[in-house]
Design a protein around this ligand. Structure first.
Ligand SMILES: [Zn+2]
Length: 384
């Protein structure tokens, strides 16, 4: 009993009561998004330690906005999900303020921005490239507050590097943009998952000196919903001729979702994209409910004190699901202009891949296969 009381006292006295970081699981609601629909404005501030950070402050301002925009764009693609047990992310205005106790997210760039409490909590800040720490949570309004720390990349407190990481990572805007997208992702309630921008090793791979060059020219990919077009060049010649009736010299296929209609257009192209010829369409696209995975990537654990959702909205559950990551199968038909009959095909569409399976000489084979460059890089061996 006495030990219990002492432990409780210790916990109450601790300056970290309520703090959780990206990987923290002490509280059931640790991974909740810091902001849901009742929050209309996100106030962020910037603290900057010029001597230990290789990027200038005005460039940082621009990149923070880009990183927030990335997520806002992702959330805007989700069809309005006003269903029971579902919650909506995004829609907030973002506004930069001077740091105060009313700030929702404090961005801290470089070691010199950390106070003693924060250093004690992180124990050894140099072991992080970036980390998001929720310092308090309003259980009635389901709203979090905290900071995102981005490590120094120069000086005595620069991020730990066993020789495998690039030095002075923050000289490059793309690297900081990726890092902030990852950390803001945690703020919106996405835990580590999958093989993309929110994967557990993402930051280590991003800064890995062998893999880093691949990231620099990469288009920043969607996280939740698949792209609307794909450019695929890796197609066996047999399939090019027999399935798509492509001419010699035409090496690649562009698949493009037609706006506001349920079909994909197919174009045959050469590798440098200088010629483009429409060869057909994928039509009659029907979702296969048996092959539609529901992968919620953000879960909101409801606290007993919450005042935001009625039990009708929560479906009397103690948690709600946020956006799902697309992972669906579709039955469809392939119509190639130069052929007289349609072929049955099957589409497998995920947020990071697109595959069309079909019949070739009585065998089911992948006719088109797109894997996102990011997921391919993240599968590469970082220690050649
Ligand atoms: Zn993370």
């Amino acid at each position: 009993m006495r030990i219990f009381a002492m432990a409780l006292l210790l916990l109450m006295n601790s300056s970290f009561a309520g703090w959780v970081s990206s990987g923290g699981q002490l509280f059931k609601d640790a991974h909740n998004s810091w902001f849901i629909k009742n929050t209309k404005l996100i106030r962020y501030c910037i603290q900057y330690d010029a001597s230990s950070f290789s990027m200038s402050e005005d460039r940082i301002h621009k990149i923070i906005k880009k990183a927030f925009n990335y997520w806002e764009k992702e959330f805007s693609k989700i069809e309005d999900e006003n269903k029971v047990g579902r919650f909506i992310l995004g829609g907030q205005k973002i506004s930069q303020v001077t740091c105060s106790k009313n700030t929702d997210v404090a961005f801290k760039f470089g070691y010199g921005t950390l106070n003693k409490n924060e250093i004690d909590y992180l124990k050894n800040p140099i072991k992080y490239i970036g980390v998001s720490v929720r310092q308090s949570y309003d259980e009635e309004n389901l709203k979090g507050k905290g900071f995102i720390y981005i490590s120094s990349d120069q000086g005595p407190h620069k991020y730990q590097n066993n020789g495998n990481l690039i030095i002075r990572a923050w000289e490059n805007e793309k690297i900081l943009e990726y890092t902030l997208i990852h950390e803001i992702g945690h703020v919106f309630g996405f835990p580590h998952s999958g093989n993309g921008i929110m994967s557990e090793n993402f930051l280590d791979q991003l800064l890995n000196k062998y893999l880093n060059p691949y990231f620099l020219n990469l288009e920043i990919e969607p996280f939740l919903i698949a792209k609307k077009q794909y450019f695929i060049c890796d197609i066996p010649s047999k399939i090019k001729r027999q399935v798509f009736s492509m001419k010699s010299g035409e090496r690649c296929i562009l698949i493009k979702k037609k706006k506001s209609s349920n079909l994909f257009e197919l174009y045959s192209m050469n590798e440098d994209k200088t010629s483009k010829r429409k060869i057909g369409e994928i039509v009659g696209i029907n979702l296969n409910f048996n092959d539609s995975k529901s992968n919620p990537v953000s879960v909101l654990q409801l606290t007993s004190k919450q005042k935001i959702f009625t039990s009708k909205q929560t479906g009397f559950r103690s948690f709600m699901y946020g956006p799902f990551q697309q992972d669906e199968g579709y039955f469809a038909s392939l119509m190639i202009d130069e052929k007289s009959k349609m072929e049955s095909v099957y589409l497998k569409i995920r947020s990071d891949s697109f595959m069309m399976l079909g019949n070739l000489k009585n065998k089911i084979v992948p006719l088109l296969n797109y894997q996102s460059p990011l997921s391919q890089i993240l599968q590469m061996d970082p220690t050649p």
